[in-house]
Design a protein around this ligand. Structure first.
Ligand code: CTP
Ligand code: CA
Length: 226
């Protein structure tokens, strides 16, 4: 394999990676979630650790084994991820938000399992906090990297997120392409930067893409004035 990372170029760097799809409970036995497998976030955590970083992985539920040498913090809901990330934020140098955070949660969580009495059921949803938007607003020394999963108008939607959330880099995926995004072992990513640069990467393994992302982060840490 050609995955051999440049040796230890993240040594001493404290990174926070989020992964997985959050679960928003409806009642004690049901939840709303999404198709995120967590593979991208876990690959990012693994490759960062291999390059010498101190890695904290805040993970929504996945079926994956946690990478060796990574501090794993398990969460379930967006609210729990919000709390964990907010607490760690002042103490990290780089944040990579690969998690698929549910945009909405059920407004009330039923105490008991909902019975199928009626012909239909309406579950009212309310908005979750946008964790990355908040991190962008509170940004100090940190380098902030976001992900965007899009099914249409990839570049424009992604650029808007990059700017709105005050990010240093955004990894955009067209999840309608086969070999990209949710559940897949590969991704076809475009890397967007605030100065307008766009790097289009070919389809590659999520581990390889992770190394390419860390390569860019290492470069940004040298150039972005903090
Ligand atoms: N994100 C977050 N908190 C949320 C929603 C998203 O931190 N409540 C982060 C994701 O982890 C990702 C980035 O924001 O890094 C973009 O997520 P995405 O779902 O593509 O964008 P949204 O801003 O949620 O906009 P929309 O879903 O409407 O496209
Ligand atoms: Ca979203």
């Amino acid at each position: 394999q050609v995955l051999d990372p440049p040796d230890g170029d993240l040594k001493g760097v404290r990174v926070l990676v989020t992964a997985g799809g959050t679960r928003e409970p409806i009642d004690p036995v049901r939840y709303i979630s999404n198709r995120s497998s967590g593979k991208m976030g876990y690959a990012l955590a693994e490759t960062a650790a291999n390059r010498g970083a101190g890695v904290c992985l805040v993970s929504a539920p996945t079926r994956l084994e946690p990478p060796a040498g990574v501090k794993l913090i398990n969460v379930e809901t967006a609210a729990q991820m919000h709390r964990a990330v907010t607490e760690l934020y002042p103490r990290v140098d780089v944040v990579v938000k690969a998690a698929a955070v549910a945009d909405y949660r059920p407004r009330v969580v039923a105490d008991h399992k909902i019975k199928k009495k009626e012909a239909g059921l309406v579950v009212e949803l309310e908005k979750n906090p946008d964790i990355l938007l908040e991190l962008g607003r509170q940004k100090q020394h940190q380098l902030l990297v976001g992900f965007a999963a899009e099914t249409e108008d990839l570049i424009n939607n992604a650029r808007e997120k990059l700017i709105n959330k005050n990010l240093d880099m955004l990894v955009a995926n067209d999840v309608t392409m086969s070999g990209a995004g949710f559940g897949s072992d590969t991704n076809i990513a475009k890397l967007l930067f605030p100065d307008g640069r766009i790097k289009s990467l070919p389809m590659m393994d999520k581990l390889e893409l992770s190394d390419r992302i860390w390569d860019e982060i290492v470069k940004l840490r040298k150039t972005v004035p903090k």
